[in-house]
Design a protein around this ligand. Structure first.
Ligand code: ATP
Ligand code: MG
Length: 423
């Protein structure tokens, strides 16, 4: 029996990697324009880190983490998200005290969920975190950054922004109590998941996709009535800034997010083009987390984007530029006993024309079979080196995607020709 990969942990094949690299490149470029810097931290952390930050009774910690004992008995967990690790790394390395940091990270995350379209067990996120700023201006900056990113990716018409404010931890506790009181007397009418959550994480019920539950919630107390004045003011200012910058949004008072550490602003960018897994980017403010993990108090706000979902969306909307899939410009056909000359010629062209991506035919073959390979490679030009050409220091140039007659050039003229075509 052949050994298979682990369910929900996919290989990324060469045909898809160009789109991934394109996506990662566009995101990194936009982040650089806002002067965010990359941070890298390990994939494994002490289990305690996630329990203490994400929260003991969240879905992630209760049932989704890949946790195991190390050989020396320490409990370790494959990171299910990046914020906790990022805060841990910043605390440990003294990056936060009296400092402002604008950071991003990228990499795999692990959650034991039911695999389906847009939901995997190893998935990838790019996360962005800003530390040391407590005003709504940095919340707005993050949202403007994401809006610019969707424009750069040409998916802005397919995503919408939802925002809400969760207030302080105390506001949330008061609201939770009121919600539980309202729902407890209607417990039998709730769907099964929500019944379970009523006792563990009742605010997640607001997220329920069940229609009866949602209808029941119409009469429930609303979170906005429990928000303190400072949070309310912060939220109003954020809305004013988004209005001024021309970013549209919808205030969704049922948006609560599934992690415990959020306070004040929370948001999600959602699309209706991917079915049930419609959230492509999600985040919010987490002013208490740094201190909770042992640092000096430090306000913070951030978000994470799911790269699989963004790739699905790019493909669905067919907005990846054609040039992204093209990886070969030039194919060097070498017919006869010319392998040595072909390699040397290819190297000198690579030195002279760094912008050209060239594939040299290796392993011989007839002229016809090599030309087939040249065509299949996607190259726009085939260079043809036969024994005559090698003897005369000439080269055949055949244009594969253009109605242009084949030429024979001196080899030393090639560099100039290529520079005019691919700069
Ligand atoms: P969802 O509601 O879809 O389960 P979440 O609230 O659990 O998402 P976060 O923890 O906020 O998600 O992660 C941020 C983003 O990472 C999500 O919006 C999504 O794009 C992506 N993401 C989360 N879990 C997965 C997964 N299992 N597979 C693929 N992408 C995921
Ligand atoms: Mg989830």
């Amino acid at each position: 029996m052949k050994i298979q990969s682990i369910r929900g942990m996919n290989d990324l094949l060469p045909d898809q990697s160009a789109t991934w690299q394109y996506l990662e490149r566009v995101i990194a470029d936009v982040l650089a324009r806002y002067s965010y810097r990359e941070i890298r931290f390990p994939i494994l952390e002490q289990t305690e880190l996630f329990k203490r930050s994400i929260g003991e009774v969240t879905d992630i910690v209760e049932k989704e983490m890949y946790t195991f004992d190390d050989r020396n008995g320490d409990s370790l967990t494959l990171r299910p998200e990046g914020t906790a690790s990022c805060v841990r790394a910043c605390n440990q390395n003294g990056l936060l005290h009296n400092q402002i940091q604008r950071l991003w990270y990228m990499g795999p995350m692990f959650r034991h969920e039911r695999p389906q379209k847009g939901r995997l067990r190893q998935f990838h996120q790019i996360g962005v975190e800003a530390f040391g700023l407590n005003g709504p201006d940095i919340d707005a900056e993050l949202l403007l950054l994401t809006a610019r990113l969707w424009q750069a990716l040409k998916i802005d018409h397919a995503v919408t922004l939802q925002i809400n404010s969760l207030g302080t931890a105390a506001d949330r506790a008061a609201y939770r109590a009121a919600l539980v009181e309202y729902l407890s007397v209607r417990e039998e009418q709730l769907d099964e998941d929500s019944q379970r959550r009523l006792h563990s994480n009742p605010m997640r019920i607001l997220d329920s996709k069940n229609a009866t539950t949602q209808a029941l919630l119409n009469g429930a107390p609303s979170l906005d009535d429990f928000i303190d004045n400072e949070s309310r003011e912060h939220f109003q200012q954020l809305c004013t800034m988004l209005d001024a910058a021309g970013v549209s949004y919808e205030v969704n008072s049922r948006l609560v997010r599934g992690l415990d550490y959020y306070s004040k602003t929370v948001f999600e960018w959602v699309t209706s083009s991917l079915g049930a897994q419609g959230t492509v980017c999600a985040g919010g403010r987490y002013d208490g987390l740094v201190e909770q993990l042992g640092g000096k108090p430090c306000p913070a706000v951030g978000f994470a984007m799911g790269l699989e979902r963004l790739v699905l969306l790019l493909d669905e909307l067919d907005v990846v530029p054609d040039s992204v899939a093209q990886t070969v410009d030039l194919y060097l056909v070498a017919v006869g006993d010319v392998d040595r000359q072909a390699l040397v010629l290819a190297e000198s062209l690579r030195s002279d024309c760094p912008a050209v991506r060239m594939q040299t035919n290796c392993g011989g073959g007839s002229f016809k079979s090599q030309m087939k390979k040249a065509d299949k490679s996607g190259a726009s030009i085939a260079l043809i080196l036969g024994e005559d050409e090698a003897a005369n220091n000439t080269i055949g140039v055949k244009f594969l995607r253009q109605d242009r007659p084949q030429e024979t050039l001196e080899q030393h003229q090639l560099g100039n020709l290529l520079m005019t075509i691919f700069d």
